[in-house]
Design a protein. Structure first.
Lengths: 393, 202
């Protein structure tokens, strides 16, 4: 076990510094104001917009700002003043700095702890060494956490922790922790009904404790709820719109399929019904939503469980499905979703021809059209797979 | 498997990983590199039969292969042609290029790509720019009204894999020399300690 952990740690330490996405810089640009005593980031950005190098709004919830503002403040001695010079440089060289590898290493340290915490939790819940191995060395979570460098690993960890406490019948902790996850990023809300209906017999107990899930969000959002700046910044994140975007006969499809999955889940007697339901949600989410790659992290800890339990055919299917997802991701017209990740090594990677540009230059095929087709394929395969999992459930 | 073999394999894997990321990938993929540039001028200078410009610069890399100019075609009306001549220190024209106004946005950076000039770092070049627009207010170039310095970017191309490797190694050497030594040794220290801990656990 010690060897696995150390090898996994070494792999991550070697990868962390050398991959970059501009999101980590733009997020930490906003987080820096926490150490300067800014409590209301939404108001601050609006009032000082003309003086700021980066003029985008802060599109996350307050707890996200406080949490990562705090971690950045704690990391200040490690980062040094040159980090803040780079952070506030939005000129031509905004995505280049000789010490960027070091900044990426330090900024991703919290994610490293959370990654291992997820590994520890998975092992603790399922008592399966293969699962630990799979989590430690699968390229997908390494890509999601250390290449994209987004903070979705935190709410993902908290969702898993909530599930852990739920399995131990500690409902108060379970609902409170998923409440914290929701207060960081709203998406764990979609898991809440599945936690609530896990044990049909415990309906009253769940009803008693489920309101604790709302507490963290209410407490952290309360000071801002009547501020239009907060509302417009937060709604600007677009997740809700994206979920409801895909319509048939003018009816959003996602809520309809979501309710079907929930209904099947309610009547299921499978020991792994929660994990299966999350996998089904993942399939319809990927198929119906114009998702950002880092959103896959929301479902991934549970997907790994399903992968471990799957037959060889099932494993092959999931691998091919993820290869399709990656081809979808790499076809975005954004070099920072391909070569640009290697900017800490050489800023010239940003200027390389991306797969999107290569398609456009070398073929008569429209890469946007190809990407759309891949997405439609993901939707069809996802719905079929979802039905198959429902039958197995 | 004997412990020593495992240790050797891990060290080899680390070296292959670092070499692939820092040497092999950049050498194979980064053939063109951005070089000396002049940016930040905000004046728009008229570009027509009565106005031409001369910009000099000294290359900071070998094999000049592209020049980008910041041009402006108000409301993308003009279909006139902008000409760029790249000349050596003796003012001899080496490359003659043009772009139609149809391809100039309002504003935009226009790349003039050409067969690489076998130049070396430190060579002096002149950029001669003019247009066949009949009058002012049709096409513009970004520069400085007073000293006529123009916004431009230069790019350079490695002519062989060996040259790309040399350019890459020089680039990395330059980068490493500029890195904070505390940061660098801290990181190397962490990798070393983790590797040693792994070797001891094997």
């Amino acid at each position: 076990m010690k060897k696995i952990i150390l090898l996994a740690l070494l792999v991550r330490i070697l990868i962390m510094p050398f991959f970059y996405h501009p999101d980590i810089k733009s997020q930490h640009y906003h987080f820096q104001f926490f150490s300067r005593g800014v409590f209301n980031i939404y108001n601050y950005l609006s009032v000082n917009k003309k003086d700021l190098g980066y003029k985008d709004t802060f599109n996350y919830l307050p707890l996200t700002y406080y949490t990562f503002g705090f971690t950045q403040t704690v990391s200040k001695p490690l980062l040094g003043t040159s980090f803040f010079n780079w952070l506030n440089d939005w000129g031509e060289n905004r995505n280049d700095h000789v010490d960027m590898y070091y900044y990426m290493f330090v900024l991703k340290l919290p994610y490293l702890f959370l990654d291992f915490a997820i590994a520890f939790l998975l092992f603790h819940i399922y008592k399966n060494k293969k699962l630990l191995l799979l989590w430690s060395f699968n390229p997908v979570s390494i890509y999601l956490i250390y290449v994209l460098g987004n903070f979705d690993v935190l709410p993902a960890f908290l969702t898993l922790l909530s599930f852990y406490y739920f399995k131990k019948d500690q409902l108060l902790f379970s609902y409170l922790i998923i409440g914290i996850a929701i207060a960081l990023k709203v998406y764990p809300l979609i898991f809440l009904p599945f936690i609530f209906f896990y044990n049909k017999k415990d309906f009253i107990r769940n009803l008693k404790y489920c309101f604790f899930a709302a507490l963290p969000l209410l407490i952290t959002v309360a000071p801002f709820i009547y501020q239009p700046l907060f509302i417009s910044s937060f709604l600007g994140s677009g997740l809700t719109q994206k979920i409801l975007e895909f319509k048939l006969l003018n009816i959003p499809v996602f809520p309809f399929l979501y309710l079907l999955i929930l209904a099947a889940y309610y009547y299921s007697k499978s020991k792994y019904r929660f994990e299966i339901a999350v996998t089904q949600m993942f399939f319809i989410f990927v198929g119906l939503v114009a998702f950002h790659p880092q959103w896959i992290m929301w479902f991934f800890p549970f997907l790994v469980v399903i992968f471990t339990r799957a037959s060889l055919k099932g494993k092959l299917f999931l691998i091919l499905y993820f290869l399709l997802i990656f081809s979808y991701i790499f076809l975005f017209d954004d070099n920072f979703l391909f070569w640009g990740h290697l900017t800490p090594i050489d800023s010239a990677f940003t200027d390389l021809t991306s797969p999107y540009q290569l398609f456009k230059l070398r073929t008569s095929y429209d890469p946007v059209y190809l990407q759309k087709n891949i997405h439609n394929l993901l939707m069809m395969i996802g719905i079929i797979a979802s039905i198959k999992y429902a039958k197995d459930n | 498997m004997p412990k020593i073999i495992k240790i050797i394999l891990i060290i080899l894997a680390e070296l292959i990983f670092i070499t692939s990321l820092w040497v092999i990938l950049p050498t194979l993929l980064i053939i063109d590199r951005n070089g000396v540039r002049h940016l930040g001028e905000i004046d728009t200078l008229p570009l027509d039969i009565n106005h031409s410009y001369l910009q000099s610069f000294i290359t900071d890399q070998d094999n000049l292969s592209s020049i980008a100019l910041q041009l402006k075609n108000p409301e993308i009306k003009s279909t006139d042609t902008v000409y760029l001549q790249v000349a050596n220190e003796k003012h001899e024209t080496i490359r003659d290029l043009s772009v139609s106004g149809r391809n100039i946005a309002d504003p935009s950076w226009i790349n003039f790509d050409f067969i690489p000039i076998e130049s070396t770092k430190g060579d002096l070049f002149y950029l001669k720019i003019n247009a066949d627009a009949p009058k002012d207010n049709l096409l513009y170039i970004f520069g400085n009204h007073q000293n006529k310095e123009l916004n431009f970017k230069s790019s350079y191309k490695a002519l062989s894999t060996k040259e790309a490797l040399v350019n890459n190694l020089n680039n990395q050497k330059h980068r490493i020399s500029q890195m904070s030594k505390i940061h660098l040794f801290s990181y190397i220290g962490i990798v070393t300690i983790t590797s040693l801990a792994l070797f001891l656990a094997l």
